[in-house]
Write a protein that binds this ligand. Structure first.
Ligand code: IVH
Length: 671
């Protein structure tokens, strides 16, 4: 291909990709599958690699990342990034209003209200309509240049199209991980034996500072913008600037409202107190801004914050309850998680009895004593957390909790790696919850999919000494199952059939099922397809492993170590003898059926057996369409856990059929 041909092809591909991207992110529709979209991107990427001089600064390939940044450059903000004053009560807010009225010397004014998004603030600089730089807040005066990472965020335009824009302007916004993606991320981490993240905000912040922008792209950050700065925007109110941002293709949360008086601001605050919990991201208050820009200027700034704006913080619902005990859970990888056992207490809609304390450091930080009264809040409105000790209720002479030194399950001395927060039980082969955990991991749907067995069955099989490792499952006879409580002929046969059927599972699933630390389902698929068979993976050096897609140092090291352990070698040999797939015969996904022919779906919430991507792919592969919002045109809303009640309400009002994960599977089967 000549450079000229390449330039043409690059242009065509870029236009196609941008078209589908806009369709997806602005209009929430899609005309092609994720797979087809990825193919277009890959083609463009290959051409850009071949002809590096033809790569455009706003190329859509920036969205998939791949650049490694070792150290982020410090950049001084043109306009400092200030904080906002806080108010906590209607009285304090009325005081703010009085100061505004006084500052404006009797002139009429109105407010513009937005929610206060709990994410990571970002400054986006555009020159000639192209995103040239993205900088974190830092200390307000200077921050880190995180441009390559921010370019992977699909809802941030890389170029403003079809609109006259100023030569240079700056947009401020909040980068966040949606609640849904955060929960999914934690579920995935649990699968591969990593400690769960404590909250979405810190995770978003950590993600933004990752060195590998490819990993950032996979995390699916999002961004709401709320502030336009620049000298030549030709607008006179904040409201107009918000409408301009919407018109230019930025993601603005539609939750804003103009308020004529402070009473109407208070009404806005009231109306969002509960509704905000249904939003896709965490919010912790409301930001109140004087609408007219000339009046903003007149009011000016203090050293730290604008006089023309303030925030109102919602009270995080907090209750005090007794810490009855601390118990310790042992995970599949031996990781120990301390759990606060609380006197049951009602909090934000549910009864809370337990809360994770994460690790020993957290217990020390809180200074917990058994019998203390502690304050409990719902972090991110979902996961209960202990925030502090209610010292007013502490009785004298209590002693701080002593962290355990030995495994509560098997008595082995715990270990703690230098620099790690978590304690581990190293007795991986002899510690019951670790054994059970490995088998539960092995049989789960994403792995060998043996749904005829459950946690209770595994527990009993292990207690009877029949199963100590996944390979033992394949030596079981029907008679063995009949030894279990309440198991009769039919269910014994059922269990056996499930195990037999699992021999058909693909090599990708087997590789995931054997539970190599840090190897999730996606990584297992990539490794399986790269090396083709188990033997090649077992023999691979660290260097070889690093050549596989998505494999970094940590994963390479973990895979390498796994296959050097004789016990693992023996286990794999036994699985091979049992007839499990040891090589890949995977082809890229193709259309499977037309079972969902033309029906439209919205997926919401978190699912037991599927990742969201997986569900989407199944729908597309079987002839269905994905819509992103509930409307009268929608055929099915597939509802998972943690779906916002307002979405359900809307669907019910519009007469949309709401189906569960199970019902979706039935729909697929029926065709
Ligand atoms: S306006 C000069 N609007 O809150 C005022 N900020 O405490 C510019 N934030 O640094 C900020 N949601 O990171 C504004 N709707 C919103 C916001 C918002 C969240 C954050 C932002 C800012 C911090 C101030």
């Amino acid at each position: 291909m000549t450079a000229e041909q390449a330039a043409k092809e690059i242009q065509v591909l870029t236009e196609q990709i941008n078209y589908h991207n806009d369709l997806y992110y602005q209009q929430h529709r899609s005309e092609i599958s994720d797979y087809e979209f990825d193919q277009l991107l890959k083609k463009l990427q290959a051409l850009e690699e071949q002809f590096p001089t033809l790569k455009q600064m706003d190329s859509p390939t920036q969205r998939v990342g791949g650049t490694i940044t070792k150290n982020f450059q410090q950049v001084v903000h043109q306009y400092p990034m200030l904080s906002l004053g806080n108010t906590y009560s209607p009285e304090e807010l009325t005081d703010f209003d009085a100061r505004v009225a006084k500052g404006l010397e009797g002139e009429a004014y109105e407010y513009f209200c937005e929610l206060k998004f709990d994410g990571v603030s970002i400054s986006l600089i555009y020159e000639e309509g192209i995103l040239v730089r993205a900088v974190t807040r830092g200390d307000g005066v200077q921050g880190d240049d995180v441009t390559t990472n921010v370019r992977t965020i699909r809802s941030i335009p890389l170029r403003i199209k079809n609109h006259q824009v100023p030569a240079r302007f700056e947009v401020r916004g909040e980068i966040f991980l949606s609640k849904e993606i955060f929960l999914q991320l934690n579920k995935d981490r649990e699968d591969i034996g990593e400690e769960k993240y404590a909250n979405a905000r810190n995770t978003a912040s950590g993600t933004l500072k990752m060195q590998d922008s490819g990993e950032v792209a996979r995390r699916k950050l999002n961004c709401f913008v709320y502030y336009l700065l620049g000298e030549e925007n030709n607008i006179s109110t904040h409201e107009e600037s918000i409408h301009l941002l919407e018109k230019w293709g930025f993601n603005v949360s539609p939750t804003y409202a103009k308020c004529a008086s402070i009473e109407s601001v208070l009404h806005y605050i009231d109306s969002w107190e509960k509704k905000r919990l249904d939003l896709p991201l965490e919010t912790d208050g409301v930001v109140v801004k004087v609408n007219k820009l000339a009046q903003q200027q007149q009011l000016g700034f203090t050293a730290k914050s604008p006089r023309w704006a303030t925030s109102f913080k919602y009270k995080a619902e907090s209750v005090s309850t007794r810490l009855n005990a601390i118990t310790y859970q042992v995970g599949r990888t031996g990781a120990i998680t301390p759990v606060a056992e609380l006197e049951p207490v009602f909090l934000a809609g549910t009864t809370v009895k337990r809360a994770s304390l994460h690790n020993a450091n957290e217990i020390e930080r809180l200074g917990l004593c058994i019998g203390d009264y502690v304050f409990v809040e719902k972090g991110g409105e979902i996961i209960p957390k202990v925030t502090s000790v209610d010292l007013s209720k502490r009785e004298a002479a209590r002693f701080p909790v002593q962290y355990i030194s030995h495994c509560p399950e098997c008595g082995t001395a715990l270990t703690r790696e230098e620099g790690e927060a978590q304690h581990y039980c190293p007795n991986s082969l002899g510690c019951a919850p670790q054994i059970r955990g490995r088998i539960e991991h092995f049989i789960q749907r994403k792995a060998m999919d043996i749904d005829s067995l459950g946690e209770q069955t595994i527990k009993q099989l292990n207690e009877l000494g029949l199963v100590k490792s996944p390979a033992d499952l394949y030596d079981l006879s029907k008679n063995d199952f009949l030894k279990l409580d309440k198991v009769k002929d039919k269910s014994a046969q059922n269990m056996l059939d499930g195990i037999v059927a699992s021999r058909q599972a693909a090599f990708e699933s087997v590789l995931f099922a054997i539970g190599i630390r840090h190897v999730g389902k996606t990584v297992a698929e990539k490794i399986a397809r790269h090396f083709k068979n188990m033997e090649a993976i077992a023999k691979a050096s660290i260097e070889d492993l690093l050549k596989a897609p998505e494999v970094g140092e940590k994963i390479a090291q973990s895979v390498y170590t796994f296959f050097r352990d004789e016990r693992n070698q023996r286990e794999i040999e036994r699985l091979k003898m049992a007839g499990l797939a040891m090589e890949s015969n995977s082809k890229e996904p193709e259309k499977e059926s037309d079972a969902l022919g033309g029906k439209s779906f919205v997926i919401s919430g978190v699912f037991e057996n599927y990742e969201r991507d997986e569900l989407q792919e199944i729908i597309l592969k079987n002839g269905g369409r994905i819509l992103s919002g509930v409307s009268g045109k929608l055929d099915y809303l597939v509802a998972g856990d943690n779906m916002g009640p307002s979405k359900r309400e809307k669907a019910e009002k519009l007469g949309v059929t709401i189906i569960s994960e199970k019902e979706f599977e039935e729909l697929l089967k029926k065709g």
